[in-house]
Design a protein around this ligand. Sequence first.
Ligand code: PLP
Length: 223
Amino acid sequence: MAVDLQAYQQLKETLDTKGITLIAVSKTKPVEDIQALYDAGHRDFGENYVQELVQKQLHLPKDIRWHFIGHLQSNKVKMIAPFVHMIHGVDSIKLLEVVDKEGRKAGRKINALLQVHIAKEETKFGLDLQEARQAASAYFLEKKYEHVELCGLMGMASFSDDQQLVESEFKSLKHLFDEVKTVHKNATQFNILSMGMSGDYLLAIQCGSTMVRVGSLLFGRRG
Ligand SMILES: *Cc1c(COP(=O)(O)O)cnc(C)c1O
């Protein structure tokens, strides 16, 4: 299935009025689909697999802002460090250190979000609340990781029909986000709360999301 441009226009309009950024999640989808959305004016795309992202960006316009939203292995950071716009899934201190190191090598500051584990499910990656607080302190207080621009937090709620559960998870992330901004007065660039996907973006927005990552609603189901 190709891109649903009507769904895109509708969603984009809704989000624009609220000042929320849309990341079009194009993982597993062909470059033609990305190009179609690009031609409709879209620039922010999200990918989960390093090799796939590296291949795609070679064949697509250079002004696309590529968001890496999946679990990132430390040894692969160098493959995307020169061009990636933002890494959403910084889910360990070790990975934060590697992003910093590769940013230095690439001669740039890499935008990053700390991924926080908010879901009840065991399988999802992320820092726990305490680790996220420590990482924020190391960055804003101790001024570590100079080649990282720490822009905010990212989280994924449980894959569940239980709206109350999902809502409480999103709220816990929003709470931490506000806390970091209150504690660290120099966190002026810490403004992104990346939460919400095709199935739960409306709830995420109600809970304070500033950036949603939407795939299947735009590109159709993944095979
Ligand atoms: C795949 C993916 C999305 C998009 O999921 P949809 O349900 O297709 O909207 C968002 N965020 C992450 C981290 C993903 O891996």
